[in-house]
Design a protein. Structure first.
Lengths: 230, 378
């Protein structure tokens, strides 16, 4: 297993205003999987994604990624762990508009203190993988939505992380572009040494999942893929 | 350069509008601070012109004297008493006063008259034309060729005019290192001629110039002079006394300080606000970096680096601008009292560091508080 989440609970607010985002959620992800977490807005998908990727601390429960209980790490160690192990593709991309596409892709390597030139060389190779080699010197805002998404994917994979986290990968893309992006990810990015977790409520891309977990009201809907069923 | 700092630099430089606003804001602030403090330094420096130009190691004066321009005459016995103090190598009388020069065209011009000890001519200026020995000729005066030289009609050797109704003849032209503050031409003559030709009080000696036998004797000489009821200061102490007078007893120092503080606040507010907006613009990206795995310390490093870059650039441009302005003004305006000193530079540099630290602080506060979870929430 690359990830095991056990009895994750999370609430927001206090006393009478307290709302439960997650209630004792447990599931596991294996290498080579492309796991979807789906559900309506407010079902707890994003909260779960944040907790399993080491960004939001749970009230209760454990998250073990590659045999490391991540919530037992200190904040700097956790940041280092995320950098080494997890690649993120955010819903809004969060690309730096003042940097070139190439420099944006190189950021995880630069954060890992790799030399500047080496980071750019690796980033260039990764841009070739996502088919944007010729756009390396453009700022991200000059690219189309689909291209920006591919740049964000390139940034997520450039440091060869074992776990990739996608937050709404088809949001703000037309249906065809969205499908192409996800198909590309499954075909070229997913491999036996890596797992991909995708949070989405876009049913048009469900066909690419190896397993789907459905969430409602902070819980995994019984009978959906928490136990490796699709 | 560290890759993260390189990214920080690119983020800064590529936001051309804010980068220019930041640098121009700090440049303007440094320029104003440098102008204010340089002007004050120039005033202080030129107000002490006599002390520097004469070059005496020690000065004896009435205790009420604050600046070299405002002497209080002392009786002759003080000179004899000072000469008899052990540790005094020699002591000579020195006269400083104002004379009214009537030029050949009938116009009048005030001038500073300096009377040098007849025997030693101690404190004499550097002669650039003529001979120092001609000072002993009848009615002889040596004219200082500085920015105020033209006010006496640019006299040549042999030119004559009247000083306080006495005939005066220019016998030599001289140079002094520091121009006076008040824009008056300066004439040197002997002590005896100065005290004879210029209206005087009962006592005549403006200052007694003292050369101690060694530095170790200075404290004892100061003590002995104090017992006489007078004040003995080294040249540096006299300059400091003069500085303190202008700083604290004329209001000039307070005004300059207020103007400097206003300049500082202008820079602080422009840089602080612009840098804050710059950080706000990049906040979500800093959040994304945090989510990806950047440590808070690394983000702080980036912000401090960015604020130092604009601070140092602003400081450099500000110093360059103010130095250029002062240099041009000195070429165009005779006696322009302004000088860039290491103290001015240091003060401006400290102010810039404070501006950078403040800008960093407000940026860091914002970045430290950003929760990477917000990046997911959108």
């Amino acid at each position: 297993m690359i990830l095991t989440a056990t009895k994750i609970s999370k609430s927001f607010g206090e006393a009478t205003n307290q709302t439960y985002a997650l209630r004792e959620v447990s599931f596991a992800v294996d290498f080579g999987e492309m796991l979807y977490i789906v559900g309506p807005s407010g079902s707890g998908k994003t909260t779960l994604l944040s907790i399993i990727s080491g960004i939001l601390r749970p009230d209760d429960g454990d998250v073990v990624v590659k045999d490391v209980d991540i919530w037992k790490l200190g904040s700097d160690a956790l940041a280092g762990f995320r950098l080494q192990t997890i690649g993120f593709v955010f819903q809004d991309y969060h690309l730096f508009p003042r940097l070139t596409t190439l420099e944006n892709v190189a950021i995880p390597l630069i954060l890992r203190r790799e030399p500047w030139d080496k980071s750019l060389t690796e980033a260039r190779k990764t841009l070739q993988v996502v088919g944007l080699a010729e756009k390396e010197n453009l700022p991200p805002y000059k690219l189309s939505g689909g291209e920006q998404k591919r740049v964000a994917i390139a940034r997520a994979i450039v440091a060869q992380p074992d776990l990739l986290i996608f937050d709404e990968p088809t949001a703000s893309l037309d249906g065809d572009t969205g499908r192409k992006i996800v198909a590309f990810v499954k075909e070229h990015i997913l491999n036996a040494q890596r797992a991909i977790i995708i949070v989405t409520h876009d049913s048009r891309i469900y066909e690419y999942a190896t397993r789907i977990i459905r969430m409602e009201d902070g819980r995994i809907v019984p009978g959906t893929g928490a136990d490796h069923e699709k | 350069m560290n890759g993260l700092l390189r990214i920080a630099l690119k983020l800064l430089l590529n936001d051309k509008g804010k980068f220019a606003t930041l640098v121009i804001g700090i440049t303007f602030s440094v320029f104003l601070m440098m102008q204010m403090t340089s002007m004050f330094s120039g005033i202080l420096y030129q107000s002490a012109a006599n002390i520097v130009n004469v070059g005496a190691r020690m000065w004896v004066m009435d205790p009420a004297v604050q600046t070299p321009q405002n002497s209080i005459p002392m009786p002759n016995y003080v000179l004899d008493s000072v000469r008899s103090i052990p540790g005094v190598k020699f002591a000579v009388p020195f006269y400083v006063g104002a004379g009214l020069v009537k030029l050949n065209d009938g116009t009048y011009q005030s001038a500073t008259i300096i009377g040098l000890d007849d025997a030693s001519l101690f404190g004499r200026p550097t002669i650039i034309s003529g001979s120092i020995m001609d000072i002993y000729q009848n009615n002889a005066f040596i004219m200082v060729k500085d920015a105020n030289y033209a006010k006496l009609g640019s006299p040549k050797i042999g030119t004559s005019f009247e000083i306080n109704d006495h005939r005066a003849v220019v016998v030599a032209l001289a140079h002094t290192p520091v121009p006076g503050l008040f824009g008056l031409p300066t004439l040197y003559t002997t002590y005896n001629r100065a005290t004879q030709d210029l209206p005087s009080t009962r006592y005549l000696i403006s200052y007694i110039l003292v050369q101690p036998k060694s530095t170790q004797n200075i404290a004892a000489i100061e003590q002995q002079v104090k017992q006489l009821g007078y004040l003995a200061l080294t040249d540096q102490q006299f300059i400091t006394r003069n500085d303190r007078f202008y700083e604290f007893q004329t209001g000039m120092g307070t005004n300059i300080l207020i103007m400097t503080l206003i300049s500082f606040l202008v820079g602080l507010s422009i840089a602080g606000e612009t840098f804050y907006m710059f950080v706000l613009d990049n906040l979500e990206h800093f959040g994304a970096l945090k989510a990806i795995g950047a440590k808070s310390g690394e983000l702080i490093q980036m912000i401090v680096f960015q604020s130092l870059v604009v601070g140092f650039l602003g400081f450099g441009f500000g110093v360059l601008l103010s130095s250029t302005m002062i240099a041009i003004a000195k070429l165009k305006i005779a006696n322009y009292a302004a000088m860039v000193t290491y103290e001015n530079l240091f003060l401006a540099f400290i102010m810039v560091l404070i501006i950078s630290a403040f800008s960093s602080y407000i940026g860091i506060r914002k970045v430290i508080r950003i929760d990477p979870f917000d990046v997911f929430r959108g």
